[in-house]
Design a protein around this ligand. Structure first.
Ligand SMILES: Nc1ncnc2c1ncn2[C@@H]1O[C@H](COP(=O)(O)OP(=O)(O)OP(=O)(O)O)[C@@H](O)[C@H]1O
Ligand SMILES: Cc1ncc(CO)c(N)n1
Length: 269
């Protein structure tokens, strides 16, 4: 039987740890068929990113229309979007194929940098991200560095995490998930979900490891996979949180830097 389909609009990580490689690996482990609108090829390994080659914006948009008009998708997500030109080109494409809040669920992971601090989104693209994609998002999933870039709020504790969720929600997404992985002093990794009314805390362990490459991509892809299967946003986020905790626990060393989180645990059961 044909499985549910999920579209990722994201960049390639040549090292295979993050980006579309993490997305497709996660979607496979979640039992959904992954499709790709590639935004950029990065020259990347376990130590960082040393080059970026962007795909022309009209080609990114055309990939979305091609996939959705023929194959159809039940959810879509973004990762590395690289530039304002790409965001401006994909917005009408998403609208034309019915991806966005109230229609096909759309998870916007506002990836701005790699875990090593290498830039994956131009500074000049922030306004387009906020103005065009946030209002169309079913869910946005920023980490704390992205929260600071987008809202100016430097989150230091759980009260700040709530303030940030409120500020992000005012930009128009239906739901906000403020990830707590970068709250380094916190003994837990608490992610906070907010819909403009209620806060839902998703606590989790903090494993003592640097092998967390691709954790954000894996989380957003597992959430998107659950949405494609018909889960509600709170159900999908709970599924994703459980999925990423187990994937960090199963992370493996790779190269001489930081290894990737691994969804392989789900296949081994
Ligand atoms: N050391 C850890 N142990 C357990 N869970 C973690 C750890 N680090 C991050 N997480 C979880 O992984 C998910 C991604 O979190 P994080 O805030 O690190 O996002 P990110 O920075 O976008 O990830 P990436 O490493 O892909 O850039 C969250 O659910 C977070 O709670
Ligand atoms: C291509 C790509 N997308 C996303 C990330 C963030 O994990 C990365 N390091 N590389």
């Amino acid at each position: 039987m044909t499985p549910p389909r999920v579209l990722t609009i994201a960049g390639s990580d040549s090292g295979g740890g993050a980006g579309i490689q993490a997305d497709l690996r996660t979607m496979f482990a979640c039992g959904v068929h992954g499709c790709v609108a590639l935004t950029a090829a990065t020259v990347q390994n376990s130590l960082g990113v040393t080059g970026v080659h962007e795909i022309p914006a009209d080609v990114v948009a055309a990939q979305i229309v091609s996939v959705v008009s023929d194959i159809g998708v039940q959810a879509a997500k973004t990762g590395m979007l690289a530039s304002a030109a790409i965001i401006e080109a994909i917005t009408p494409a998403l609208d034309s194929v019915g991806i966005g809040r109230g229609r096909v669920p759309f998870v916007v992971d506002p990836v701005s940098a790699s875990m090593h601090g290498d830039q994956l989104l131009a500074d000049s693209a922030l306004d387009a991200l906020k103005g065009l994609l946030f209002p169309r998002a079913t869910l946005v999933t920023p980490n704390l560095d992205e929260v600071r870039l987008i809202t100016g709020i430097a989150v230091k504790d759980r009260a700040g995490q709530r303030d940030a969720a409120v500020a992000l929600h005012e930009l128009g997404p239906e739901w906000v998930l403020v990830k707590g992985g970068h709250m380094w002093d916190d003994p837990e990794c608490l992610d906070l979900l907010y819909d403009g009314r209620d806060f839902v805390e998703l606590p989790g362990p903090r494993y003592d490891t640097t092998h967390t490459h691709g954790s954000g991509d894996t989380l957003a892809s597992s959430i998107s996979s659950a949405l494609a299967r018909g889960a509600s946003v709170p159900e999908a986020v709970r599924f994703g949180k459980d999925f990423i905790v187990r994937s960090v626990a199963a992370a493996y060393p790779l190269g001489s830097g930081d290894g990737p989180v691994s969804p392989f645990w789900r296949l081994e059961r």
